[in-house]
Every structure is written in C-alpha cells, then in structure tokens.
Design a protein around this ligand. Sequence first.
Ligand SMILES: [Zn+2]
Ligand SMILES: [Zn+2]
Ligand SMILES: [Zn+2]
Length: 287
Amino acid sequence: MAVAGPGSVELGFAEEAPAWRLRSEQFPSKVGGRPAWLSFRNQLPRKNEFYSFEPPSENRPPDAGESVCLQLQSGTHLCRVCGCLAPKTCSRCHQAHYCSKEHQTIDWRLVHKQTCTQDQVDHTVPDHNFLFPEFEIVIETEDEIMPEVVEKEEDSDIVESMGETPEEELDSMAKHESREDNIFQKFKTHIAHEPEQILRYGRGIEPIWISGKNIPQDKDIPDCPCGAKRIFEFQVMPQLLNHLKADRLGKSVDWGVLAVFTCAESCSLGSGYMEEFVWKQDVADTP
Ligand SMILES: [Zn+2]
Ligand SMILES: [Zn+2]
Ligand SMILES: [Zn+2]
C-alpha cells in the first residue's frame, strides 16, 4: 500500500489486471481472489535478506502461468478453495489441503471425488465459484480536500426521551433525522468528485462516516497488543460491493463503511501477520 504524506488522502480504484500482476512477487494492492501472501509483515529497509533490492518487473515474467500457488516458500500449505492457511489434509490421498471441512466439501463435490483415488493427484485448481472476482487496486491522490459542508454538531441532540412530551419527542426525532441526513449528505459530497473510489487511505486522518449511528469513540478502538494506540489507516467504501458481486454466492454481504485501525507505532510483534481492527458502519435505515 502506498504511503500518503501528512494530511493527503490516497484513493483506491478497482481495475482489471492480468492474474500474474496480482501475485505475491509483485507486491500487489488487490482485492478479491486468493490472498497474495508475503513472507511476513512488509516493513523492511529496501536492502534486506528476503526480497530483491530492485522492484519487480513491470513486464510479464516468462514463467507467469495462470497456475495457483498452493504452498508458500516456507512449505506451509494453502487451502485449494480460498488460499488461506490449510491445517487440514485429505485423509485418503494426503495431497489436498484445506482450511476447513466446509472447503473440503466444496472441492470434493466439484472435482476431488474423481481425482482423489488417482495415482497422480491433479493439482490444477478448478473454479469453485467461491472467490470474489479479483481486481488490482490502483492508487491516486485525491486532488483537493473538500470544504466541510456541515458544522460538526454537538452530541447534545442525542435524544433524552425521559419525560418528554410527544411534541418534544417528535422535535428531537426530527433533529436527529436531519443530523443523519447531514452526515449522509456530507459523505456523498465528499466522494462526488471520484464516485468510483473503493478505498480511502490516510493514516491518522478522520474517516468519513456514512451515518450518524455507530460512530466509534476512542474507547471502542482497542489498543494494539504492543500497548500502543490504534489509529485510523484506511476505509473501504461501499462502492466495492458493486465489484464483488457478492449476491452470486447466495449470501448477502453489506456495509456502509469499513474503517481499519492499525498500530500507531507500526510495531512488529512476532514474525507473522498482525491482526488489525476493523469497524463496520452500516447505512442507516431510512425511516
Ligand atoms: Zn479454505
Ligand atoms: Zn484426497
Ligand atoms: Zn503495536
């Protein structure tokens, strides 16, 4: 992920790209498909013992097949269906690896039932119709910071309904709804210049909320296990839903804003991947 300067916002856009450009060697910014695992958390000086000093080639490497990598350099196996860590192995052939019984079942029904008993297990991976479509995330800097369209309101309009007359109650409900409208309007104005953006990246900036409901307070964001605070790093926008075609899977996935908070100290506890914190905010129901 590109690193923005202080105060600047980087926008991400989903674009079609050939599969080889989204593999680990290319350090891709991507969405969908299988994870492009790196050896470990990627905060190293340019000269290091794990990766080449030179950036990866912009040209298609000669060995770039469309084959799916199901094993990391460390020997760790990845699930044939989703590409995540695969601690489970087919008990008959011992050559097919899965993250879970559920994914074993998907693969079994589609192909492995036929290939499991063969002497030479077929390692080509079929389309399980399980993954989200894969896109490159192309990053651009947002041209201008949009002016604020509404004053940040005090939280005093949070309804205190005890002892209110019906008129007062209606009044404060109306106030509440107009605050909700304001926040949604502000969201729309903010993204109007680049309505296709699927991601906003800006470490330490204020996220743009889509609703007045369910905005986290400081205490809602847990500290990093290292003890440092977590700060906002980027948010995933609802536009991404259009690209993922989630309904195709027969399951509904939905969000308004996904805000990701990461360690303010960018610590490197342990040697593996670090769990970060995501806050999901839904679009408020219109009354
Ligand atoms: Zn899996
Ligand atoms: Zn098997
Ligand atoms: Zn930390």
